[in-house]
Write a protein that binds this ligand. Structure first.
Ligand code: ZN
Ligand code: ZN
Length: 343
């Protein structure tokens, strides 16, 4: 089969190669990929800013159909529609694992980083990694379960905005618009901030029902949010852009005693005024990947329609055109780009 691999450490080193079809070992399931999304972290993997263990097939935002079941794997049958959690294995013994924070286990191995992932025709995982797709959830919608699970973890499990609170989201890309929808599902009002380069993404935000939008290159973000929210300051500020300048802006947006959730990855150190953090006694919360509990929650939100993932998918391309698709993902003109295995 064709698969997109990080073949060696260092910037670049992504190659589409012919590799053997995976065979399910005991307790494992082979999934035939329908679609796999390009994540910001895949771009960081390409740049070698986010470490994986090459050679490995990358891609972790995936959905498909069970193709083959190994000995002793009893939960799945060929034809079942599934997505896979990204965390494939952890030590199971450390304090983090014991308290359910398996995303932080030092021995965590993840799909598309340590274990061959979804930019391929097939991938193989332990059967416990899979979740069944509700009937009304399409493969396209389901390929976005992983980023939504990350947002559910950050927004609903860590930051926990109250019903009626005001949440500002910096960055209207797929992660920002998923965080915004998760916070709205919790009953919060939402302001979305972006730059003049985000026009297409603002249009997408509007289609998802967000009408409090701020172009920070045309308006001072603090004044604009106050104006849109009738003088209120955001109870929670979410940094989902991972762009230089955005963190400092989020620290400025947060009120005294407020909270900033950092979910974007920058790939490098960024300048920000830590004095603002101190003087306003802000809480800066990091959020990494997802917990096992965030996945069923994410699928419920998609199935109920509380979070729409399909409109975030702005194109589907054959896996063979990965280079162009990765380049387009960097340009931020699009929402989520899905790669579809080429036959
Ligand atoms: Zn991702
Ligand atoms: Zn552990």
């Amino acid at each position: 089969m064709k698969a997109l691999l990080k073949v060696a450490e260092g910037p670049g080193h992504l190659e589409l190669r012919e590799v053997p079809d995976p065979v399910p070992g005991p307790g494992q399931v082979v999934v035939k990929v329908s679609a796999t999304g390009i994540c910001g972290s895949d771009l960081h993997i390409q740049d070698d800013e986010y470490k994986v263990v090459p050679p490995v097939v990358i891609g972790h935002e995936t959905a498909g159909t069970v193709a083959a079941v190994g000995a002793g794997a009893t939960h799945w049958r060929p034809g079942d529609r599934v997505t896979s959690r990204t965390t494939i294995s952890t030590c199971g013994r450390c304090d983090l694992c014991r308290s359910g924070r398996t995303n932080l286990c030092p021995e965590r191995r993840f799909l598309g980083g340590h274990v061959d992932g979804g930019f391929a025709e097939y991938f193989v995982v332990p059967e416990a990694s899979l979740l069944a797709l509700p009937a009304q959830v399409s493969f396209e919608a389901a390929a976005v379960t992983e980023p939504l699970a990350c947002c559910v973890h950050g927004v609903l499990e860590l930051a926990q905005p109250a019903a009626g609170s005001l949440v500002a989201v910096s960055g209207p890309g797929p992660i920002g618009l998923l965080c915004a929808q998760a916070a709205r599902a919790a009953g919060a009002s939402i302001v979305v901030l972006g730059t003049s380069a985000d026009d297409a993404r603002f249009a997408l935000a509007r289609r998802l029902g967000f009408d409090l939008l701020v172009d920070v290159q045309r308006h001072d973000p603090v004044e604009a949010v106050q104006h849109l929210a009738s003088g209120r300051a955001p109870d929670l500020v979410i940094e989902a852009a991972g762009a230089a300048g955005s963190l400092d802006q989020c620290l400025r947006l947060a009120p005294r005693g407020g909270t900033v959730l950092q979910i974007g990855l920058y790939g490098k150190p960024v300048p920000a005024s830590m004095d603002t953090l101190v003087l306003k006694e802000l809480r800066l919360l990091g959020s990494f990947s997802s917990t096992p509990t965030a996945w069923p929650h994410a699928l419920e939100l998609i199935a109920s329609g509380a979070v729409q993932t399909e409109p975030l998918v702005t194109s589907k391309r054959p896996l063979t055109q990965w280079q162009e698709a990765f380049a387009d993902a960097r340009r931020k003109a699009e929402g989520k780009i899905l790669l579809v295995p080429s036959s």
